[in-house]
Design a protein around this ligand. Structure first.
Ligand SMILES: [Zn+2]
Length: 217
């Protein structure tokens, strides 16, 4: 464990967040990962992240480790950081995120697969869009980027970083057939953004399944 004195408190917050996502049905099998940026005085520890291959319904503080800015574990010989750590790191680097939450919900996997060729899902007309920071009306159009899935995390994170650095305000993206990444300045904001996107993807899935054109473009 890192020398950072508040690490256990941060780890506990991540555990509670991961268990919440599991209860919501967004973390099947041992999938999904969650992280929070550590303050600069925790260096070389850069962020705390869930370890690979853990059931998020029963995750414990012992399953959280610190990694440096290259994703290398800090004093955590037993634990392996999530394979998707490079994607978390790019969001801290490029988007100014303070916490990153990644889920594998059914609507996220399904709709991103359907939107793979368009490269984005447009969300507009929904009241809950106001749950995203900086949005105060439903009369807005939010573009949720969709990237092709890949097992080559370094190549994927380079591609995502190049694309997201051109976005103005953006709090989420999808990997096709895989899941959703959402982030915020801290864990509460990231949770709110995640919940907004998951809810709106559920709305969008209902509209897609039932063919009703309302609120879609
Ligand atoms: Zn994943």
């Amino acid at each position: 464990m890192t020398h950072y004195p508040d690490f256990k408190m941060v780890a506990e917050q991540l555990v509670q967040t991961a268990r919440w996502a599991s209860r919501m049905g967004w973390a099947p099998a041992t999938s999904t990962n969650y992280s929070v940026r550590l303050p600069d005085d925790a260096a070389p520890a850069y962020c705390a992240i869930t370890s690979s291959g853990v059931d998020k319904g029963t995750i414990e503080v012992e399953h959280i480790l610190a990694v440096d800015q290259h994703g290398r574990p800090i004093d955590a010989d037993r634990l392996k950081p999530s394979a998707e750590t490079p994607l978390h790191l790019l969001l801290y680097r490029t988007m100014g995120a303070g916490a990153v939450l990644h889920t594998h919900s059914l609507p996220a996997a399904l709709l991103s697969q359907l939107a793979r060729d368009e490269g984005r899902i447009l969300l507009s007309g929904w009241e809950l869009l106001k749950g995203l920071s900086g949005i105060d009306t439903h009369e807005v159009e939010i573009s949720l980027p969709v990237f092709p899935n890949s097992q080559n995390m370094q190549a994927l994170s380079t591609r995502v970083e190049r694309s997201l650095s051109r976005e103005r305000s953006c709090y989420g993206f999808l990997l096709a057939g895989h899941g959703l990444y959402a982030w915020g300045k801290d864990i509460p904001e990231a949770k709110r953004h995640l919940e907004v996107f998951e809810y709106l993807l559920q709305c969008q899935r209902e509209v897609t399944l039932h063919g009703h054109p309302a609120n879609t473009r």
